[in-house]
Design a binder for this molecule. Sequence first.
Ligand SMILES: [Zn+2]
Length: 181
Amino acid sequence: MQDLVRYARSPGTLIASRFEGPDETICTCCQHARATVSVAGKALCPTCLPAYALDTPRIDEMASLIWLPHVDQGVLSRLALALHAVCAQQGEAIGTATTGPAGHAGAIFAELRAQAGGLIERIGTAQISHLREAARNLSQAPLQRQHVASGIRVLHHGVGLPDEPNSYRHYLNTLKEGSSS
Ligand SMILES: [Zn+2]
């Protein structure tokens, strides 16, 4: 399982570049979706991207941190993708519908987002842009640090990188087309 605290302490700029490997490469984090980007040598899908590209400008618009110790990052990414895909099917974004499957997906997403509270209690923030500093300030005691690191997850908000916010919506549409063909 990824130790996000140790990762956040690593040197070097963590931003995404286009994945240049074979087309059918699967994301190394969720082991589910096709990899489209690469961060520090890791092949990643658009949903797992913000859990690794910590230095992306305005990343807090794209995703946020929550406390979810019993759910692995890859599993959370699969769940987030499923919720966003359900909304896209109805032509909605997450949280804009109150009824139907998209409304239900929005309620689950809100429940997940509410888990930010547990993390703010522990590290003082739920913003990815603050994670590097928060990780540096965490106790050096390995057990204590490990306890916190074991529960930090990144929840994708269903929007693309800030310089191309519609890209995630386009990505969801390509999945829709893929599943209907
Ligand atoms: Zn992934």
